[in-house]
Design a protein around this ligand. Structure first.
Ligand SMILES: Nc1nc2c(ncn2[C@@H]2O[C@H](COP(=O)(O)OP(=O)(O)OP(=O)(O)O)[C@@H](O)[C@H]2O)c(=O)[nH]1
Ligand SMILES: [Mg+2]
Length: 368
């Protein structure tokens, strides 16, 4: 821990152990990830490797991360809303082409730069238009590039044209950003020279229709004149910190236990749903993995309660939080051992040769 190296905890010889007890002891140590395995039984090994070794996608993402240092800010929005103007304004120089015609930017442009001793990479993207109007190959290409830019970003600034108000296409784009799990800042642009009535109308509309995004900061700006642009960096930093935050297991578990003590999970068929401990499963977006029993039956309202509680206590701003609920049934003890050694050999052979396996046996083998 002192060296700051990434470390994973692997707990061996877990066969025949009560996983709840074994796991909660070890998760309490606060490692980034903990794997329960039984090496001599070849159990838990494959899933451990799958999680530990980066996938091809992760490697590519890592390559881009190495190439584009600092906080990566994706600027996205419909055509002609002022994305490139905003990029130039944030850079403090005219770097990308601005023109009063939709479709000016055709491909994403990655621009690394420094500002007040902070490293950033701004990503200007092609405007995304309504899908049914997308026929040209070039446009399909630019949508793919925009989606990739969203993936590459730590923080996405979604630009809206105040003169046109919030339209469905803006909501589609917000959907893409949320699906990617990226943190989000809303910039309502072209705020200059609008009369007070129109401003009030747009503000009301943004607040009402983006009510579900209450965690995202909204800025009313003029990319052309620069008003409101500088303070967006504060939101960007808040988003970045939330998206990349690391929380120790004991802290997350304490929050979970407080939350369940305040407000118990419901009973399901006479048994209370139990939530025992929580640990972090990833960043950008932050993933919180909650372990317990019967978590499949956890109602949406209770999940929202948990999310709100974690968001408040951990002060997560601008970023979504993903939750994964796992029922920590013993991954191995589960009746697998009830197969006699001979049955086990037969089952393995069946699996290898692709023969149909008795349903029961197949279920068990999956659990490994
Ligand atoms: N009044 C006003 N005009 C703006 C503002 N920001 C951008 N514009 C104008 O809007 C037009 C489009 O600006 P761009 O920055 O090229 O828009 P874009 O979103 O990059 O457009 P595409 O690359 O085609 O998707 C230009 O004529 C800009 O001068 C603003 O804050 N106020
Ligand atoms: Mg542009």
């Amino acid at each position: 821990r002192k060296t700051g190296k990434r470390a994973h905890l692997v707990v061996n010889k877990t066969d025949g152990q009560d996983p709840d007890i074994a796991a909660s002891d070890f998760y309490g140590l606060g490692f980034e990830s903990t794997y329960l395995i039984a090496a001599s039984h070849n159990r838990g090994i494959r899933s451990m490797l799958e999680e530990l070794l980066p996938s091809e996608e992760e490697r590519e993402a890592q390559d881009r991360a190495d190439r584009y240092p600092g906080i990566r800010i994706g600027i996205v929005g419909r055509p002609n809303v002022g994305k490139s103007t905003l990029v130039n304004r944030m850079l403090g120089e005219d770097r990308v082409i601005v023109y009063d015609m939709p479709g000016t930017t055709r491909d994403s442009v990655y621009i690394p730069f420094e500002r007040m001793d902070n490293q950033y990479t701004l990503i200007d993207t092609a405007g995304v238009r309504r899908r049914k109007n997308v026929s040209e190959v070039v446009e399909k290409f630019s949508i793919i590039k925009t989606l990739q830019a969203i993936d590459d970003a730590h923080v996405v600034i979604l630009v809206i044209d105040a003169r046109e108000g919030l339209v469905d296409q803006d909501l589609h784009l917000i959907g893409f950003v949320l699906d990617a799990g990226r943190s989000l800042v809303i910039a309502v642009n072209k705020w200059d020279g609008m009369d007070p009535d129109d401003r009030a109308k747009v503000k009301e509309q943004v607040q009402r229709r983006l009510d579900f995004l209450d965690y995202a900061d909204k800025h009313y700006i003029s990319a052309l004149h620069g008003s409101g642009v500088g303070v967006m960096y504060d939101s960007v930093h808040a988003c970045y910190e939330s998206a990349m935050a690391k929380w120790p297991t004991n802290r997350l578990t304490a929050i979970l236990q407080d939350a369940t003590a305040q407000h118990q999970p419901p009973l399901v068929q006479g048994r209370r749903i139990k939530l025992r401990y929580a640990h972090q499963g990833g960043s950008n977006p932050p993933v919180i993995v909650v372990h317990g029993n019967q978590t499949d039956a956890l109602p949406g309202a209770y999940k929202r309660y948990l999310e709100n509680t974690f968001r408040k206590v951990l002060k997560v701003n601008g970023s979504p939080i993903r939750f994964e609920f796992r029922s920590s049934e013993n991954p191995f003890a589960n009746k697998v051992s009830r197969l006699t050694p001979r049955q086990k050999v037969k089952q393995d052979n069946d699996l290898k040769k692709g023969r149909p396996v008795r349903k029961k046996a197949r279920m068990k083998s999956k659990k490994r």
